[in-house]
Design a protein around this ligand. Structure first.
Ligand code: LLP
Length: 410
């Protein structure tokens, strides 16, 4: 988003005009940013055979999935509905990996019926998988790696308490199941949360995975999951993906030398690809002053952008309608019947009732985590591509809210 003649634009489209045309709250995505981020990652990992599977959960819209597929990326899905959407968006079943957790075996079978590879994250599921399919269906195994030592205590803690994956210390149990059922293990997987992921953690996890991989024959891939983040706050330090690509390439080559073949290195980015492309436009409905800072109340809330409420996440906020206004300090809230700060004590250009505010980095885990709490409808979504605006989700209506409710005339 750029300032041109004191107004904010994406690819020459005025954000104020978009808000007026489509109404608010409105999610706006810039396809150019997705293109830039995909290219950055592809180039960064150019030094070794790799595949990027977009984490569909981060922005789950069929038009976005189709756009991402057009770059030749694969897909990481977490539910059968996500995988169906991926197939509808044109992904080849071979390019989808189903990484679920705590699902019934029924869901695993449905994925297999759709021709999708599954990533198994518990010993009991692996056993049921073996009993049902033997080696006739390939699968991969999701591992958890604690402890990742030293200064990266947060990573150790996260893996340690994590419900995800099979702990690597259970390697002998995994191997026993492989032997009993002649399992065809084609990949190993680990996911590190973005909350602690940095280059040293990445490399340590990679080394451990490569060492574990030596116990498996003929792997097709080693998958490092997602977790590469982008700066939400101007002071955030994030992974330099170009640097990561360089240092990882050295580890990957060393692994290939020992392993004797060259399994692909897979990645499952969500927020890296789609956070920065997204903006949530919202109208200031009420300005309230009291002893504290003024409150700018808006027509959205944690029903549409849950991250500030759920993780205390920082999303930069700017005033689209008064870009050059004097900077003042505000609390920005939603219109929920609960405390719902979207930003506390923020410096924002002078806000008037009726102004349009913009919350940045709302692409990943924004619309897909929205709800109908307080019986409010979910926003429309538009994407700007090659200077054109495309509506990719209509705003919900009252009828959508009551559509599945069953009224009883008591
Ligand atoms: N792969 C697996 C197995 C995952 O569990 C996740 C995210 C990803 C890939 C993508 O991670 P990313 O690159 O986007 O960090 N709702 C939260 C994030 C939950 C992430 C869950 N798993 C948020 O708003 O930050």
């Amino acid at each position: 988003m750029q300032l041109k003649n004191s107004t904010y634009h994406i690819q020459d489209i005025s954000m104020q005009a978009l808000a007026e045309e489509y109404g608010t709250p409105l999610f706006v995505y810039n396809a150019f940013t997705i293109d830039r981020q995909i290219n950055r990652l592809q180039n960064a990992f150019d030094g070794f055979p790799h595949r990027i599977n977009y984490a569909a959960k981060s922005l789950t819209n069929i038009a976005v999935l189709r756009l991402i597929r057009s770059y030749g990326l694969g897909l990481d899905v977490v539910s059968v509905n996500e995988l169906k959407m991926g197939l509808d968006a044109g992904f080849d079943p071979d390019d989808i990996l189903f990484t679920s957790n705590s699902v019934s075996f029924e869901e695993i079978k449905q994925a297999i019926d759709h021709g999708i590879k599954v990533n198994i994250d518990s010993l009991s599921l692996l056993e049921t998988f073996g009993k049902t399919f033997g080696g006739s269906e390939p699968c991969s195994i999701r591992l958890k790696l604690d402890p990742l030592v030293g200064e990266h205590e947060a990573s150790t803690k996260w893996h340690n308490k994590s419900k995800f994956g099979i702990h690597y210390s259970r390697l002998d149990d995994i191997k026993a199941l492989i032997d009993s059922y002649d399992l065809n293990i084609v990949g190993l997987h680990v996911h590190n949360s973005s909350s602690f992921l940095d280059i040293p953690v990445y490399l340590e996890a990679a080394e451990r995975m490569f060492s574990i991989a030596q116990s498996f024959e003929e792997l097709d891939f080693v998958d490092f999951g997602g977790g590469i983040t982008i700066p939400f706050h101007p002071d955030d330090e994030v992974i330099d993906v170009e640097k990561l690509g360089h240092v990882l390439a050295v580890k990957v080559e060393a692994f290939y030398d020992d392993y004797g073949s060259r399994p692909e290195i897979w990645f499952e980015p969500g927020r890296f690809l789609v956070s920065e492309c997204g903006y949530l436009l919202t109208t200031v409905t009420v300005l309230k002053g009291d002893r504290d800072l003024p409150y700018a109340g808006t027509d959205t809330g944690f029903n549409h952008l849950l991250r500030p409420k759920m993780y205390d996440a920082y999303h930069e906020i700017c005033n689209i309608s008064n870009a050059k206004g004097e900077l003042k300090r505000y609390h920005v809230t939603g219109n929920m019947c609960e405390t719902d700060f979207l930003g506390r004590d923020r410096e924002i250009a002078d806000i008037r009732e009726g102004d349009i505010l913009c919350l940045k980095n709302a692409g990943a885990y924004g619309a897909c985590m929205a709800s109908n709490y307080n019986s409010r409808v979910r926003p429309a979504e538009v994407i700007i591509k090659n200077g054109e605006v495309h509506l990719i989700r209509e705003r919900e209506t009252y009828e959508d809210l009551v559509h599945k409710q069953v009224d009883i005339d008591w």
